[in-house]
Design a protein around this ligand. Structure first.
Ligand code: KG4
Ligand code: ZN
Length: 337
């Protein structure tokens, strides 16, 4: 079966085709709205929704053309049902549900984070269930025990800011613009991570939770003491070093606690090079392996939605033609596939 995946929860429109028979991705296309939102310093929800509407049909034509398929070859449609921006989600859900109705094929709403969580299964070698997952995106920082599709247990969560949010706020404090994560990590490459020492919040809290708002305040204080241009790279490097220390240490604690030898890393911050290198090295020292999605599937995309949706469509979990979206949605509420 060919499953069309549609992602529109935030500022990327992603469409992809996944073939359940061949078990592979046929095509995926992304339109990023980053340039459109940049002037505002963040995502403007109404502009995001309007842009998603304009991108759907052209992207659908592109993925079909690239796969030498027509719309009649589609066997199912998966779309991001939540969490995310309500208007943006409604565009994807409305498009997916009406197309599925017209073609008389099943459609399924997918949890965005489940998409991220399962995205390493699109790469080779794949992890095997069960595994531990570090989910680090713009809105979430969670360590999960993943027993199977839909069987997720939270081991640790952030008490305040998400990892990506901390990167984005630090970028703002350093006037690096939007989106912040890639800009901070690029600048950090040329900085000295040892010049300034920033706190490692909750490193030894004895649990697997995170807190990053204090780190952001520490960056603000440091920046006000060193407002010169030359200090920026060193502050970015100090910030990144603190983030990587905390994320790596808690991930290793999660492996220890669960006895797992597989760590899956998903979500936008998983694209961070320092974090990747550090996790690989620390896991290897314990005889464990780290699995990442392909680099272009770390941030939001339609491929992960097509894949997660395909798993659920194959189980008959497709839902009625009437639809809703879930701007807020806990991953642990999902049914097991
Ligand atoms: O998963 P994602 O694309 O969207 C959400 O579902 O949130 O994650 C976006 C987040 C943003 O906060 C962005 O700044 C961060 O991921 N990010 C990075 C990097 N690339 C993206 N953070 C650190 N280093 C990166 N290379
Ligand atoms: Zn995401």
């Amino acid at each position: 079966m060919i499953v069309l995946g549609i992602e529109s929860s935030c500022d990327e429109t992603g469409l992809a085709l996944f073939d359940t028979n061949k078990g592979g991705l046929l095509a995926h296309r992304l339109h990023s709205q980053v340039a459109m939102h940049r002037d505002y310093g963040g995502v403007v929800p109404e502009l995001a929704s309007r842009d998603h509407i304009q991108r759907m049909m052209p992207l659908l034509r592109e993925v079909l053309c690239e796969s030498s398929l027509t719309i009649n070859d589609l066997g199912g449609i998966a779309y991001t049902e939540g969490p995310g921006l309500a208007g943006a989600l409604l565009v994807g859900a409305g498009f997916a549900r009406s197309l599925a109705y017209a073609l008389d094929i099943p459609a399924v709403g997918v949890h965005h984070l489940e998409g991220h969580l399962l995205s390493p299964l699109l790469a080779e070698p794949k992890p095997e269930f069960p595994f531990v997952a570090l989910l680090v995106s713009g809105g979430h920082t969670q360590l999960m025990q993943v027993e199977g599709v839909g069987a997720y247990q939270t081991l640790g969560d952030t008490l305040d800011d998400a990892a990506g949010e901390a990167f984005d706020k630090t970028a703002q404090l350093l006037e690096l613009g939007y989106p912040g994560g890639p800009a901070v990590s690029k600048l950090a490459e040329s900085g000295n991570p040892s010049r300034f020492k920033l706190p490692r919040p909750m490193l030894n809290s004895g649990d697997l939770n995170f807190s990053f708002s204090g780190l952001k305040t520490a960056v603000l204080t440091l920046r006000s003491k060193h407002p010169d241009e030359a200090a920026k790279a060193d502050i970015a490097a100090a910030f990144q070093a603190a983030m990587v220390d905390v994320l790596a240490e808690k991930s290793m604690q999660a492996l220890e606690q669960t006895g797992s030898l597989q760590l899956v890393v998903a979500g936008g911050v998983g694209a961070n090079r320092q974090l990747r290198q550090r996790l690989i090295a620390e896991a290897a020292a314990r005889g464990a392996r780290v699995f990442f999605p392909p680099l272009d599937l770390c941030t939001d995309n339609g491929a992960m939605i097509a894949f997660a949706g395909a798993m659920r469509i194959q189980q008959g979990q497709t839902g009625p033609a009437a639809f809703s979206v879930k701007p807020r949605w806990d991953l642990q509420e999902l049914p097991r596939a």
